[in-house]
Design a binder for this molecule. Structure first.
Ligand code: ADP
Ligand code: MG
Length: 305
């Protein structure tokens, strides 16, 4: 297998570690560590396309909107998503620019991702976003859930990503040799009505969107970096088994058996299945610090057809 183009999806821990508050200094330091490894791959000649989550960052931006709404107009979730793409793209670009010293251009694409306005997810919002409230009053007119001992929190739909509006721009940048950062936070969800794009208040899963990106750029390898080194069976139980190699068929079977919960490992394995079923060669799921080792097949979970 010849690997040239790699799409890498960065999990939440690439920017904010579990015990951290998420100050800018913390995020800059974390991203710098991660980019150290990415630069090694770039120097080895791989074409790298990056995507990333935005949960904590977009949550913070939503709180800023809420707290300041009497002073300046609050912006809706799609705009907050765009802000987070700019913010995170900027700090990744800067970290890479400082290491590459002009050897490669790094470009972030503010990315809209098309979703189906009839996606059943719109009838059943599941994704909690933004601050917790002690009363449901501030959430009037919005869908919310009550989480015992924590409070009321808004929930939004998490529709499936169908296509990338900026697909051709991203492909052109990759062809030109740029390091591209795209589909941040799963992309800004938009629907198309009579040919017109409209932003919607939803959150697309970043692993599923990363897979659509991997297909779009014709990636040979799709890498999902998170905070566990391996995908496991019976995760978190005494019978836990770490998986090193997995076939597409096994991935589907274990998925059906319920080893991979929604909202965490589920979408990662589903994204892997989607990539392999659409002609992708291989997927790696591993922890941030094992990236370079995993590419050499010395760490992580390797999923192939
Ligand atoms: P990310 O920000 O990288 O998307 P997530 O928290 O969404 O991180 O997903 C990674 C988490 O999935 C791990 O920290 C682990 O607790 C959890 N997990 C659930 N099931 C499994 C499994 N079968 N194997 C490995 N990890 C699992
Ligand atoms: Mg996740």
């Amino acid at each position: 297998m010849i690997i040239k183009t790699i799409v890498i999806a960065l999990g939440g821990n690439a920017l904010i570690r579990h015990s951290q508050k998420g100050t800018l200094e913390e995020q800059l330091e974390n991203i710098d560590d991660t980019m150290e490894q990415i630069v090694k791959l770039i120097e080895e000649g791989y074409e790298i396309v990056l995507t990333h989550g935005n949960g904590p960052q977009v949550g913070a931006i939503l709180i800023q909107q809420e707290e300041a709404k009497d002073k300046v107009p609050a912006m809706p979730l799609d705009v907050c998503g765009a802000m987070s793409q700019g913010f995170i793209g900027y700090i990744i670009q800067k970290a890479l620019d400082n290491k590459l010293k002009g050897k490669k251009s790094v470009t972030t694409v503010v990315t809209q991702v098309l979703v189906d306005k009839n996606d059943p997810a719109f009838q059943n919002p599941t994704k909690p976003v933004g601050p917790f409230y002690s009363t449901p009053e501030p959430l009037k007119g919005k869908r919310y859930v009550h989480i015992p001992n924590k409070g009321y929190r808004r929930v939004v739909p998490s529709p499936k990503p169908m296509d990338i509006v900026e697909r051709q721009s991203i492909i052109d940048l990759v062809k030109k040799g740029d390091i591209v950062i795209a589909c941040g936070g799963g992309g800004i969800p938009v629907i198309k009505e009579e040919g017109i794009l409209k932003g919607v208040e939803a959150v697309i899963d970043k692993d599923l969107a990363g897979e659509v990106l991997a297909q779009a750029v014709g990636a040979d390898l799709f890498v999902i970096l998170t905070d566990v080194e391996n995908v496991c069976l019976n995760y978190g139980t005494p019978d836990e088994i770490k998986l090193n190699n997995l076939t597409l068929e096994q991935a589907k079977q274990y998925m059906e058996e319920g080893h991979f919960p929604p909202g965490s490992m589920g979408p990662k394995v589903q994204a892997a299945i989607n990539f392999l079923e659409h002609g992708g060669q291989a997927v790696i799921i591993t922890s941030l610090d094992k990236l370079t080792q995993a590419i050499k097949r010395n760490a992580g979970t390797y999923i192939t057809r």
